[in-house]
Every structure is written in structure tokens, then in C-alpha cells.
Design a protein around this ligand. Structure first.
Ligand SMILES: C[S@@+](CC[C@H](N)C(=O)[O-])C[C@H]1O[C@@H](n2cnc3c(N)ncnc32)[C@H](O)[C@@H]1O
Length: 289
């Protein structure tokens, strides 16, 4: 089972490289470390084509996605935040030292071990306080693993349980998405009925005639993961999928985040294209009815 999903792990290196092309805090440090000290621990994509080029559409997409999810967490207080499949994303670093938040990094075993090494190196070098940071190997498709999260939530006695993820569900087929949803329901019903599920993974909708990006990177990724990208056909279908197991959902606008990014320069391509593509990573706020 683990072996099967670890084929998806090289995509975490891909996302890390995209973020390092922008000003995402600690993104460059992470890539420097995996290219030097931790080189032997990573499995990278064998072929990036032209994607690392500054004109790639994917770089601003990954950056915008990162900030949109951050924005949805900006007012969080007294919570245990659990990031599923967090790859080499540096988001947890933004929460270091926050007294009323615990941040739990989760991934498959191989990658969570690497992430812990990489982040601890940066934390030590910068003298940061990581008392509220926790690393855990979790496969959210295994129901029993949800209890590891639930028990930690009880132990830490925080008011709210918040589960987030980005760049995960498109690698799961329909059945796996159902298992994931059902396990989220199990987690919230058992441990925090007011828990919150935040993700941009439902925002990208399947297009009938998918125009392949300039880089055609999706095909290259599919070759490595041995999986096709799998999206819902419409917002309506997604809402129904969630409602079936008693989840209500609303989509949060990310227009302000994207406008700020455009002004701050880091996104240099056509503004209208950016605003249009940013709909593909708006955050869905999901909770039990
Ligand atoms: C595209 S990466 C995204 C990583 C990170 N969220 C980011 O944005 O950089 C997808 C991640 O999903 C993880 N993954 C795939 N299947 C998984 C599973 N069943 N359980 C936990 N993680 C999984 C992979 O290891 C990989 O790191």
C-alpha cells in the first residue's frame, strides 16, 4: 500500500522547486538542502521540460495556491492544524512559536522523515522555536490512521481541529476520494464535530478539451506516478459528493490574495490570465452539517 502511494512522492519535490522560484518563505532553503545535504534521500521527477523556466504558468499557480490556503488560516486561534500530504511545503514555519496553535506535518513515512530533517536544519540555523511543531506519518486512506490525529487532538486540548491539504486529491481516483472523504467524516464525528476541512483541491474542474499547458508537465508527472489526474466534472458534482456524507461546503474568494501577489511583482505574466486561473485554487471551507 505504502509503496503504491510513494510513487506520488516525487511530485512533492516538483512543488518545492516551483515555490523556490518565488518568494515563498524558506522555499529556497528547502530546495538548497535537498540538492546538497539530503540529496540521497530524494526521488525527483526525471524530466522537468521547461517548467522551471520563469515564464511557466505552473509557478504562479503553486505560489497562489500556497497563499490562498494561508489566507484561509489567517484568523485561526486555539487550534490543532493538521496538514495532510504536506510534502516539502514550508507552511508550518509560518506558525512556529504561535502559542495557541499546534501544527502537525503529515506525509507518507519516507517523506515525513526527510521533511523533519530538512525543517529541523533550518529551525536550528535560524534559532527558531519549534515547540508547537509535530511530525507524523499518516496515510489518510487508512481509517485507523485518523485515530492518531484524533488522539493527538484530545491530548493537546485545543478548541478546534483543522485539516488542510493541497495537491493531493487529484492523484486519487474516485474510489480513493470516497475513502478519503469517509475517513474525514469519521475523524470529525468522533473527535470534533465542529472541525474544519480546508483545501483548494476541489477547485480545479475537469475540462472536456483540456488544453495542455506549454510544458505538458502533467503527462510527465503521470508517467512517474502511474496515475492520471482525476478531477470532478463540476462544482455541483463536488458539492453532491461532499453532501452525501453530511458535509456542507462554501468556496472562499482568493481575489485579494491574487491581487496582492500581482502588485508585489512576484507574478509577472498576464494579470487577466492569472485572475482566471486563480479560480482553480480557491479554498473550499468544509464542515459537517
Ligand atoms: C503534489 S505533492 C503535494 C505536496 C504538498 N502538499 C505541496 O503542495 O508541496 C503530493 C503529495 O501527496 C503525498 N501522498 C500521496 N498519496 C498519499 C497518501 N496515500 N497518504 C499520504 N500522502 C500521500 C505524496 O507523498 C506527495 O508528497
Amino acid at each position: 500500500m505504502k509503496e503504491k502511494y510513494s510513487k506520488i512522492s516525487p511530485t512533492a519535490i516538483f512543488c518545492a522547486r516551483m515555490r523556490a522560484k518565488q518568494n515563498v518563505p524558506f522555499a529556497k532553503e528547502i530546495v538548497n538542502l535537498i540538492d546538497t545535504k539530503f540529496k540521497e534521500y530524494i526521488e525527483d521527477l526525471p524530466d522537468y521540460g521547461d517548467t522551471l523556466n520563469s515564464k511557466s504558468d505552473i509557478i504562479p499557480f503553486i505560489e497562489g495556491r500556497y497563499y490562498s490556503l494561508n489566507e484561509s488560516l489567517s484568523k485561526v486561534k486555539n487550534a490543532l492544524i493538521v496538514e495532510m500530504a504536506s510534502g516539502l511545503c514550508p507552511r508550518s514555519m509560518e506558525f512556529l512559536g504561535k502559542k495557541d496553535v499546534f501544527y502537525v506535518e503529515t506525509e507518507l513515512e519516507g517523506l515525513i522523515n526527510l521533511k523533519e530533517k530538512v525543517l529541523k536544519e533550518i529551525i536550528k540555523k535560524n534559532g527558531l522555536n519549534d515547540k508547537n511543531l509535530i511530525f507524523m506519518s499518516i496515510n489518510p486512506l487508512e481509517k485507523e490512521e485518523m485515530n492518531k490525529i484524533g488522539e493527538l487532538y484530545r491530548e493537546k486540548k485545543k478548541k478546534q481541529l483543522i485539516v488542510i491539504h493541497e495537491g493531493l486529491l487529484m492523484y486519487f481516483d474516485k474510489r480513493e476520494k470516497e475513502i478519503f472523504r469517509d475517513n474525514m467524516k469519521y475523524l470529525f464525528e468522533k473527535y470534533d464535530k465542529k472541525g474544519l476541512w480546508l483545501t483548494s483541491d476541489f477547485s480545479r474542474i475537469k475540462k472536456d478539451n483540456e488544453v495542455k499547458g506549454k510544458e505538458n508537465i502533467r503527462d510527465k508527472i503521470s508517467k512517474v506516478t502511474k496515475r492520471k489526474f482525476n478531477y470532478f466534472k463540476s462544482e455541483g458534482e463536488t458539492k453532491e459528493f461532499l453532501k452525501k456524507e453530511n458535509f456542507k461546503s462554501e468556496i472562499i474568494s482568493n481575489e485579494n490574495v491574487v491581487k496582492r501577489l500581482i502588485i508585489e511583482k512576484s507574478l509577472s505574466s498576464n494579470k487577466d490570465d492569472i485572475l482566471e486561473s486563480s479560480k482553480g485554487y480557491r479554498v473550499w471551507k468544509i464542515s459537517l452539517f
